[in-house]
Write a protein that binds this ligand. Structure first.
Ligand code: SF4
Length: 282
């Protein structure tokens, strides 16, 4: 159990103030914990905090940012920008060059298993197109490419100790650093930190139509944010106009009819396989 009073991480985060430090917020659990740790003085202040708005983000994520995170950033005098994706890319559901859909939908193109579930799942590139590229273009526009190239940019990513497969070694202008991973903090510890900091349990960030959403999260949405659930059901019908083999859940039936279980998919989802590295779920 993490205790905030006199909290000393197992290892320190090595911060290079000569580079331009960007906290790349995914608006989820771990990102919120990082911002609380900055506020608590456990982490240094970055130059800026930026999040990309996919324009399909679940409404509870925005509410949490507005109510609990923005005031902390204001108090610390750190600029916090939430950047709408459509201002920095024309790419939406389909990759123009290949005609492939970008999100990692389930597919029965290769048939179904004996229990009727979809055999396939597409790789997901939406995170990179809708988040990483949007944030980089925003920063280039706001601060100038030559300034950022000269200083080099350290992008703080929210992956925690329990996500080693999502840690990538990068060099050059856009260099990724992982404060929670370096400090040996797990996702559960991040949740505890936020709660002990006096904030409500942070929601996991995800688009309302994300095919990587856990079954328990679909059920929660269905009950608590029915308007988001309805939008997801409509989205599934919309993508099926072009490709009738694509689905939002492994069951390969309309989302509203899917036999969702409260503990389904909670353990086995390997986001590395399905999410190309932007800043989702953290
Ligand atoms: S939350 Fe899901 S749908 Fe949204 S960008 Fe990330 S992987 Fe794609």
């Amino acid at each position: 159990m993490i205790k905030i009073k006199n909290f000393i991480p197992a290892r320190q985060f090595k911060h290079n103030p000569n580079r331009f430090n960007v906290m790349s917020s995914g608006m989820g659990t771990q990102s919120n914990a990082i911002i609380c740790m900055i506020h608590a003085g456990i982490l240094p202040k970055p130059d800026v905090i930026v999040a990309a708005d996919t324009e399909r983000e679940a409404s509870n994520v925005f509410e949490y940012q507005k109510k609990h995170i923005q005031p902390l950033c204001d108090e610390m005098n750190i600029p916090y920008y939430i950047v709408p994706k459509s201002q920095f890319t024309n790419v939406d559901l389909v990759q123009p060059s290949s005609g492939m859909t970008l999100a990692g939908y389930y597919s029965e193109w290769d048939g179904r298993k004996e229990n009727g579930e979809c055999r396939g799942k597409q790789p997901g590139y939406c995170s990179a197109r809708w988040k990483r590229e949007v944030i980089e273009r925003f920063l280039n526009k706001k601060y100038g490419q030559s300034y950022l190239t000269k200083r080099g940019v350290d992008m703080w990513m929210g992956m925690s100790l329990d996500e080693p497969k999502r840690i990538k070694v990068t060099t050059g202008k856009w260099h990724r650093v992982y404060p929670l991973f370096e400090m040996m903090i797990t996702r559960q510890m991040a949740i505890q930190f936020v709660e002990q900091y006096g904030l409500p349990t942070p929601p996991r960030s995800a688009c309302w139509m994300c095919p990587n959403r856990r079954e328990s999260e679909w059920l929660w949405m269905k009950e608590n944010v029915p308007e988001d659930f309805k939008k997801a059901c409509e989205h599934e019908k919309e993508i099926q106009k072009d490709n009738p083999h694509l689905w939002l859940t492994k069951y390969g039936v309309p989302l509203a009819d899917a036999p969702l279980k409260s503990n389904g998919m909670d353990e086995q989802l390997d986001l590395v396989q399905f999410c190309d590295s932007g800043m989702c779920f953290v």
